[in-house]
Design a binder for this molecule. Structure first.
Ligand code: FES
Length: 274
């Protein structure tokens, strides 16, 4: 069993949880994820590692209540336990000290998985410019953490309630317009956001890495549920990723596969609510 050591609702429906899992924390690296099951009858859900503390032996998860499992998870409190917690899974981010200027983009809850990657890039000695996007100011998360490890932070809100009015691509375009030399972009967020970022960077020839979060079951390369088309190849996000060259990802296919189980997800959520 894996104990919940800390829980906080960051904004409506978005939760921070620290889970006691010392062996996972010891091996975790930026870019990896875990698969958990809330209880014996629960489904397995992947969540990206938002932070890890080797000394405390904890893994930080940030999740939004979207379906039945995240709803069940959000109902647990500090001191409660979950039954399964497997990880770290997936390939760590490729990071070294010669990357130059890296723009780390997090959209919505995607800011959480971007954070350990941006921190590792910063610690390796690269210049990190972070772009954080949210619909409105009150659902922006991790601002202090991102400011602490970034050379510059640009915030974009859809309604203009904080920072630049517009999307993360609006802020990215401002960087390009001011002549910033960008060596790499790392973007994590909703599929449509990552697609838009890739559409913006492709003509500029800026290497762009995205982290994908498709439907996953086993998380170990056996079920095929997480397959994604990357260039001419079919890849499994759980073992080959979750990070890929965004310019090669077939986002239309990714997003349509993501919509395939909406009906079942809605029924499962209804079942849990009742
Ligand atoms: Fe089953 Fe990736 S989750 S193959």
């Amino acid at each position: 069993m894996f104990k919940i050591m800390y829980k906080k609702e960051l904004s409506p429906g978005i939760f921070h949880m620290d889970i006691e899992a010392p062996r996972v924390a010891k091996k975790a690296k930026a870019g990896q994820f875990i698969v958990l099951r809330v209880d014996e009858k629960g489904e397995r859900i992947p969540l990206t590692i938002a932070d890890f503390d080797v000394e405390k032996g904890t893994i930080t998860l940030i999740f939004q209540v979207l379906g039945a499992s995240t709803m069940q998870l959000s109902a647990l409190n500090e001191g409660d336990s979950i039954v399964d917690f497997a990880g770290p899974l997936g390939q760590p981010s490729e990071i070294d000290g010669n990357m130059g200027t890296v723009v780390c983009i997090g959209g919505g809850i995607g800011v959480a998985p971007v954070y350990p990657i941006a921190r590792a890039m910063h610690e390796a000695g690269n210049k990190v410019i972070s772009i954080m996007g949210a619909k409105t100011k009150d659902i922006l998360i991790f601002e202090d953490k991102m400011r602490a490890i970034s050379d510059e932070v640009i915030i974009a809100t859809d309604d203009g309630s904080y920072g630049v009015k517009g999307f993360v691509t609006t802020a990215l375009q401002q960087l390009v317009d001011r002549g910033e030399k960008i060596d790499q972009v790392t973007a994590i967020g909703p599929g449509i956001m990552m697609k838009s970022v890739c559409d913006a960077t492709r003509p500029l020839g800026i290497k762009t890495i995205v982290s994908l979060n498709p439907v996953m079951v086993d998380g170990t390369g056996m079920c095929g549920g997480c397959r994604v088309q990357v260039g001419d190849e079919m890849k499994f996000a759980c073992v080959d990723g979750p990070e890929f060259d965004g310019h090669l990802v077939d986002f239309n296919n990714l997003m349509s596969r993501g919509r395939m189980f909406r009906e079942q997800e809605a029924k499962a959520k209804e079942h849990v609510c009742n």
